[in-house]
Design a protein around this ligand. Structure first.
Ligand code: SAH
Length: 398
């Protein structure tokens, strides 16, 4: 049996690890025996010396070990990684092979028991994000293994994310396996075409976590015969296209000119007129619309992450409240607000309270008719509640 450097936890910090939370914080370590190489496998033991788990190590990070297995007999070797990847992919077979090229999250990091690894599939291109040193070291093997599991032409890396700094890593992008991706990849999302720029787009190219919610807006427009739809923080217009394809007249507002350029192309790719694209600040735009006494039958509010961490929750809450208050004033009586938060630090309960505060101040009446989350290709491991970052409410406004 191979022996590994050993991390012994302090007794009061054992419980989450016993419950299979995957993070060992530096503050929870009582003692380290041996000198683990950065990224190598370490064994984690309880204060009484009993085996708890194995994971990969990074002395530079606050999270010194990310745990991979709680089974003492399981070795973390290349075969182990390949099996874990295959499990995540096979849980998504119903998303694959649909005929039309689609967008799907293949690996959702901690939530697929592969800490630090994000992989999204856009047609025949995979986009990989290595968020940790342990993954960064193994990314070529991972890319090659994934290319053997799903039919793709290339694996492109988008590890240009700030969190890598916390792991002592630089940002990097480029081809990991196979061919360069095309400039734009056209994917089909519930009958709508979305154009994705995997090289320079946000995240791995687009926000796949909202796919089902975008389709829901399309269905809602059809069902309620909504005529005027406002898509705030539109990015490349995804929610707007779903609304437009179902007959609504849409306005998309975003601060990014490049995003709106791609939104225009996306509208045209769907046979829609590329009008109603507004570049600007969402807060200022909504205030101006209130001044102008504009109204809409349905408004989507999908802001960026206002709270980067727990310290920013209060300020973020004010931001969410403001933006929801403004939007609520613009909804026609009997119309709907689709409102989201992707801040992990603002939980679903707090978010609902914030929207409650906004409706109280708006002088309107609101009813929640749906609670929303990311799609099922973005599972949340029950052992990792941090995974439930995206929440949404559908509010009927009078
Ligand atoms: N709804 C989109 C994703 C939105 S992500 C989709 O389904 O694809 C958040 C967007 O907010 C980004 O496109 C970003 O450019 C934009 N943004 C950030 N701050 C903004 C501001 N103050 N005003 C307007 N847009 C902003």
């Amino acid at each position: 049996m191979t022996t590994f450097p050993i991390i012994t936890l302090s007794a009061e910090r054992e419980k989450p690890i016993r419950n299979r939370h995957p993070w060992v914080f530096s503050g929870g370590i009582k003692k380290l025996d041996g000198t683990p190489e950065p990224g190598s496998i370490v064994e984690v033991r309880g204060a009484d010396g009993r085996f708890l788990a194995r994971g990969y190590y990074n002395a530079q990070s606050q999270i010194q070990a990310r745990l991979l297995s709680w089974d003492e007999d399981e070795q973390i070797n290349e075969a182990w990684w390949r099996l874990r990847l295959a499990k995540a992919v096979s849980a998504r077979t119903h998303f694959l092979d649909r005929g039309a090229p689609s967008g799907v999250r293949l690996i959702n990091a901690e939530n697929d028991f592969l800490p630090g690894l994000i992989v999204d599939k856009y047609g025949d291109t995979l986009v990989l994000q290595a968020l940790t040193l342990g993954i960064d070291q193994r990314k070529h093997m991972i890319a090659e293994a994934l290319a053997g599991l799903v039919k793709v032409k290339g694996v492109y890396e988008r590890s240009d994310v700030d969190v890598r700094r916390l792991e002592g890593l630089e940002q990097t992008t480029g081809v990991l396996w196979g061919e360069e991706p095309p400039k734009h990849i056209a994917i089909t999302e519930h009958g709508v075409t979305l154009l994705v720029d995997v090289r320079t787009g946000h995240k791995t190219g687009t926000y796949l976590d909202q796919a089902d919610n975008r389709a829901l807006v399309g269905a809602w427009v059809a069902r309620t015969q909504a005529k005027r739809v406002l898509n705030v923080f539109s990015y490349t217009g995804g929610f707007g296209v779903h609304a437009g394809k179902n007959g609504a007249q849409t306005v998309n507002i975003d601060s990014s000119a490049e995003a709106l350029d791609l939104a225009e192309e996306t509208y045209r790719a769907n046979g829609l007129r590329a009008s109603g694209m507004v570049e600007g600040d969402a807060f200022a735009f909504l205030r101006a619309e209130i001044e102008d006494k504009s109204t809409y039958d349905l408004i989507v509010l999908d802001p960026p992450k206002f709270a980067q961490n727990k310290q920013h929750v209060e300020r973020a809450a004010r931001g969410y409240k403001d933006i929801n208050l403004h939007a609520l004033r613009l909804v026609n009586s009997g119309g709907y607000l689709f409102t989201y938060s992707c801040s992990g630090a603002v939980d679903a309960d707090l978010f609902q309270k914030i929207v409650f505060g906004a409706i109280a101040d708006s002088g309107r009446t609101g009813q929640i008719v749906r609670w929303l989350s990311a799609g099922e290709d973005h599972p949340v491991a029950l052992t990792f509640p941090e995974g439930a970052y995206l929440k949404g409410l559908v509010v009927r406004v009078e």
